[in-house]
Each structure stands twice: as C-alpha cells, then as structure tokens.
Write a protein that binds this ligand. Sequence first.
Ligand code: ADP
Ligand code: ASP
Ligand code: MG
Length: 453
Amino acid sequence: MPRYNPWFITPWSAPWADVSFGVQQSFIPTQMALIVHKYGGTSMGSTERIRNVARRVAKWARAGNQMVVVPSAMSGETNRLLGLAKEVSPAGSDPAMQRELDMLAATGEQVSVGLLALALQAEGVPAISFTGWQVPVRTNNAYTKARIESIDDQRVRAELDAGKVVIIAGFQGIDNDGHITTLGRGGSDTSAVAVAAALKAAECLIFTDVDGVYTTDPRVVPEARRLATVTFEEMLEMASMGSKILQIRSVEFAGKYQVPLRVLSSFTPWDIPLAQEAVSGTLITFEGDETMESAVVSGIAFNRDEAKISVLGVPDRPGIAYQILGAVADANIEVDVIIQNVSHDGKTDFSFTVHRNDYARTIDVLKAKVVPTLGTDRVEGDTRICKVSIVGIGMRSHVGIASKMFRALSEEGINIQMISTSEIKTSVVIDEKYMELAVRALHRAFDLDQPIG
Ligand code: ADP
Ligand code: ASP
Ligand code: MG
C-alpha cells in the first residue's frame, strides 16, 4: 500500500491536473494514494452543499489522489421515504414488506451519487457513480439491517485507473438473490469503511457536520471537547453505547481491517489547504499507538433507544435465565443489560433491556412462551428509560471510577435502575427524563470540559 503523505503532493500525476490550482508544489513525488471520502446527509443537504462537496473532492483529486466518494442521502430524505411507506402500509416485520422498504430507502443515496457525479463533471473532473448493486456490494439478506459480506473491487479499480473519481452509493448493497438491501440507519459510514478496506485505501475520511469526535454529543453538552485522537476500542465502545457519530459496524470494520479512519468537518471552506485538512478532526488510533490523550474517561455516550422489561416473581432455580432469554433470542431479539435480583422465598425478579423497536414483540414472546411455563403473569415494561455510559481505556488501570460515577449521579438525585460494566466502560440505566442532567454531571465529574494536561 502506498504510504499516504498529505504533504507530498504531485498535482501533475492526475490527467486533469490544474497546475494553477495552488496546491503545494512538492519536489518529492510519491505514489498516488487511494483515498475514500464519506459525506453524511447534512453535508449533502442541498445542491449548493453538493457543489461544495464536489469542489472539496476535486481538490483532493487534483492533488494526485485516486478518489472514491461514498455519500449518504440528502438530510431528511431517508426519513421522508420511510414516512411515505408508513402512509401506505402499517409497519410490519414480514420479509416481503422489509424487502420493499429497502427498495424504497435505497433510492435516497441513488439521488445523491447522481447529483455528486454531475457536480464533479461540472468542475471539470471526470466522475462516475455506482449504486451498491452495480459495484456490487454483496450483503446477506437481512433486509433493513443487512451486513456486508464482500465488495468486488474490479469495476471501481478500472474506473479509477481510467482517471475518474468513483462515487458509490452508501447504505446499500445486494443479496445473493439480487434483492436490494440496506445496512441499517447511519449505514453509509459502514459502506465507506468497507469500501476503504476492500480497496486497501490509504485512509477513509468521514466528513460530517461536527469537526470530530467529542467527549460527548456537543448538542447535549456545549462544553464538550473535540478529541484529537480516540482509540479504536474506545470508539467501538462509544458507538455501541449509542453515540451516533459513527455507525458501530463501521468501527468494527475499521478494526478488523485496520482501516485508517478520521472524522472531520465538511463545513470548513472547501478550499482550505489540503495538508491542513488532512490532519484535522479526530483520528481513530489502533492498539500500540501511544499518542492517546491520557484521560481515564475519554467520553460519555447515551442511548434513548432501549426499553426495560421485568419478569417478576419467577422461581429461583437453575435454567430460569435460559428459559426467559432463550425464548427472546429465538425470536431474533437482541438483549443488552441484564439483572437478576436476590431471591426471597424462592422467587426472584429478572430484568433486561431490548431495543425500543423490539419492545412490543418481546412482551408478546414472553406472554406466549415464558409466562405459561414459569407460573407468573407479572411481566412489566418501561420504555421511558435511557442508558448513559462512561468510556475510557484508562479505566482498566484505575480503581474507583464506577463509584465516582455513582456519586455524581446520586448528587443529582438520579436513581440507578441497572448497571453493567466492561473493562473500559460502565453503563447505567436511568429514567429518561434525567438523561441530559446525568450526561452533564458526568462530563463535569470527570473533568471532560477541561483541556487535557
Ligand atoms: P452524518 O449525517 O454526517 O452521518 P450524523 O448525524 O450521523 O452525521 O452524526 C453526526 C452527529 O453525531 C453530530 O451532529 C453530533 O450531534 C452527534 N454526536 C453524537 N455523539 C457525538 C460525539 N461524541 N462527538 C461528536 N458528535 C457526536
Ligand atoms: N441515509 C441513511 C440514513 O439516514 C444512511 C446514512 O445516512 O448513513 O440512515
Ligand atoms: Mg451518520
């Protein structure tokens, strides 16, 4: 893989190079680097913004890089399309219906790639767009949440070799039977990282509406700080705990294939010097990288998408957890936090969380399959909960972090309903109405609004 160095730029190596363009005239020519850019919905939100994306991509292409661009649908478009579906048909989990939802939702990204290719051509840069199925990006057949299995790089490489910018629709693929699939909300991140892995790109840059990964969502805590680097493990934990800056699967892909990944802003002027842009934002670093900022807690994630379910008064005997959760797993429902209470008089309470979309179905499964065999009819649920997590690889080597978290929450009078821990995170389930209060209190308690050092 050519080593990518943003300072060594060879403007003459691209056939359409505009030498008067004003990029650095380096006298140390390096090999061309293959770079993947991903632009999210807000970055693609209007034709004016798309023209800016085109100018930014043109800058990178004219500097001699082979460019692959993976855009999302224009902001609000995927919601609009799924809203239309609701108007004609009630929600359902029937695969025939899910297939058509993907057929519909995938059109948002098709509009984006066409517009972006046109905008690039208008800039004088040869460009060609592909849908997922044209590449093809092969996925399994789990409509609305398909997983990428392989990406054929031949067609893309041929176009790159012909000197074109290749634009690939994010969020979509095709299964083995030729049906269009989508990758779950926020899935364009995963498309971009998977394309970068398949092409062994020198770097994958995720352009978005914030200038990097922050200690927590800056929309909730304005004092949140941008992290110059975050380790892959922390990013994985933050994404899985609900931070929506990157789709979790994109981080998994980056880890598995060691894809160099950077999150940065698309709202800077498009013509900022490439060398400056190339080192901006947040770099996701891998194990062994010692550049990590040395905070114990690096970030706070929160998630409003879960619901809590409790089965009360179940007999406390071996096999109960299996009986309850086995039935839930058989229905293909993922379970997150689990607690079983101390038993009284041979009875115990068992609680767990599931995604809110699976809440009603989980209650149905429990009532149909579990309640009759367990001799209890007390199944309770609460959809007004949220999960707040502190994440940091420094937690491995420090004691007392969880208790500091619990103290900060108790000082705000926030009751903890469930707790779950791993080596580098502690999560609590609390009443949804305290979410912002909890995130702000923890952000302060762990000094995340203070500059490092
Ligand atoms: P895109 O459309 O570019 O994919 P998203 O809306 O999916 O953008 O993700 C960017 C948003 O993620 C930001 O606007 C921000 O509100 C939110 N966000 C959540 N957690 C964080 C975090 N820790 N750091 C930065 N942004 C975050
Ligand atoms: N357009 C899709 C969504 O809104 C995919 C993405 O934006 O990443 O979820
Ligand atoms: Mg996103």
